[in-house]
Design a protein around this ligand. Structure first.
Ligand code: PGA
Length: 250
């Protein structure tokens, strides 16, 4: 059975002290929650300090991006080794803000996904269509392409380190959530795509998160869907109270 994964993507929010205080509050508030996995992805600057707080707890640490090379002349970039050194066991890759604002392409994301897996990091691999792609009935084709190219070259064993986050771009930070039924339809399509690329075992074990305006008010209906295995939460993860409510969905 797939264990739900609730992840918080802080994006470009919070100072080191703010993240440390947040982590102390979150530890307190989700104490004893063991039937779901919890992950926080604060900004790079806060990673090593917050790791000192959560190390050994049931809250895992992730970064929001990385480069695919181990080291070298890549000004402003960080390697998977550096993320591990800071205490991360996970990394978000291919987020739509990086695809669309920073122009990251499928092939570039694929290099990072492969490097993350090789470095024993869990990759939260994000996919999702734009509003015009959905309106043009291209949503499934776009997501399929992102998956085929982004996961190219991975083995069945590599897939144990992959989580897919389906985040329709039109639902991110807009307050518009995909309806649970629409999200379920896409999640089921993603799982079928994984069956065709790998096999049923890989597809059935794969955790597929939904992301895009997830909040305490809609998490229960989303999580009730058979192929929705968790959430990647942006805005609503920034306060301990609302993130805790999402984590403790029923
Ligand atoms: P949101 O962001 O919850 O603020 O819509 C989700 C994400 O971008 O991961």
């Amino acid at each position: 059975m797939r264990k739900p994964l609730i992840a918080g993507n802080f994006k470009m929010h919070k100072t080191i002290n703010e993240v440390v205080d947040y982590a102390k509050g979150l530890m307190n508030s989700v104490q004893g929650v063991s039937d779901r996995d919890i992950l926080i992805c604060p900004p790079f600057t806060a990673l090593s300090e917050v790791f000192k707080i959560i190390e050994g707890s049931h809250i895992a640490l992730g970064a929001q991006n990385m480069h695919y090379e181990s080291k070298g002349a890549f000004t402003g970039e960080l390697s998977s080794e550096m993320l591990r050194d800071a205490g991360c066991d996970s990394v978000i890759l291919g987020h739509s803000e990086r695809r669309h604002i920073l122009k990251e392409e499928d092939s570039f994301i694929n290099l990072k996904v492969k490097k993350a897996v090789e470095s024993n990091l869990r990759a939260i691999f994000c996919v999702g269509e734009l509003l015009e792609e959905r309106e043009g009935e291209m949503a499934e084709a776009v997501v399929k392409r992102q998956i085929e190219l982004g996961l190219k070259g991975l083995s069945e064993t590599d897939m144990e380190k992959i989580v897919i986050a389906y985040e329709p771009v039109w639902a991110i930070g807009t307050g518009k959530t995909a309806s649970p039924d629409d999200a379920q339809t896409m999640h089921s399509f993603i799982r079928k795509t994984i069956v065709s690329l790998f096999n049923t075992n890989v597809a059935e074990s794969l955790v597929i998160q939904y992301g895009g305006s997830v909040k305490p008010a809609n998490i229960n209906d989303l999580m009730a869907m058979p192929d929705i295995d968790g959430a990647l939460v942006g805005g609503a993860c920034l306060e301990v109270d609302s993130f805790s409510k999402i984590i403790t969905f029923t």
